[in-house]
Design a protein around this ligand. Structure first.
Ligand code: HEM
Length: 143
C-alpha cells in the first residue's frame, strides 16, 4: 500500500512543478527563441538560395520581424540591474536596437523579393552583428 501512496505523491510533485518550469521562460525568452527558429533556417537556406523556395524565405523573414516587433514591448531581465535613474534611457536604447533589427529584416525581405542574393547574404551578416551587439548591451550576465 505504501508504494502507490509514494507514487501518487511523486506524480503530484511532478505535475505541480510542470507549469513553473514553463513559466521560468520569460516571454522575451520565448520571442528570442522564435527569432532563433526563424533565423537559423533562413541563414542556412540563403547559403544556397537556388535550392530554396522563395515563399519559405519570406515566411522565416516575416516571423523574424514579428518576433522583433513583439520583443519591443517586453523588458529585458537586465533592467533590474540598472540604477533607477538610468532605466528609461536603457529601455529606450533597447527599443532602438530592436528598431534597427526590424529595419534590417525589412531590407532583407526586399532583397529576397528582388532575388538580390549577395545583398541578402550580406544582410544576414548585419543581422548577426545586431544580435551580438544586442546581447552584449542588454542581456544580463546571469541570463
Ligand atoms: C536574429 C537576432 C536574434 C536572435 C536569433 C536572438 C536569440 C536569443 C536567444 C536564443 C536568447 C536566449 C533565450 C533563452 O534564454 O531562452 C536571447 C536572449 C536575449 N536577447 Fe536575443 N536574439 C536576437 C537579437 C537580439 C537583439 C537585437 C536584442 C536587443 C535589442 C536582443 C536581446 C536579448 C535579451 C535582452 C535577451 C535575454 C532575455 C531577457 O532578458 O529576458 N536579442 N536572444
Amino acid at each position: 500500500m505504501k508504494l502507490p501512496v509514494l507514487a501518487s505523491f511523486s506524480l503530484i510533485f511532478v505535475l505541480a512543478s510542470w507549469p513553473n518550469q514553463t513559466l521560468a521562460d520569460s516571454s522575451l525568452d520565448l520571442q528570442m527563441e522564435r527569432m532563433t527558429d526563424a533565423f537559423r533556417p533562413l541563414r542556412a537556406a540563403l547559403a544556397d538560395p537556388e535550392s530554396v523556395n522563395q515563399q519559405d524565405l519570406m515566411n522565416w523573414t516575416r516571423e523574424l520581424g514579428a518576433a522583433a516587433v513583439a520583443s519591443k514591448d517586453l523588458q529585458p531581465e537586465k533592467v533590474g540591474e540598472i540604477p533607477e535613474e538610468n532605466r528609461v534611457a536603457f529601455i529606450e536604447a533597447y527599443q532602438q536596437s530592436l528598431d534597427e533589427l526590424i529595419i534590417l529584416v525589412d531590407q532583407l525581405s526586399d532583397f529576397i523579393l528582388t532575388e538580390e542574393w549577395d545583398a541578402a547574404t550580406n544582410q544576414i551578416v548585419l543581422i548577426n552583428q545586431s544580435q551580438r551587439n544586442g546581447h552584449k548591451k542588454f542581456r544580463s550576465e546571469d541570463h
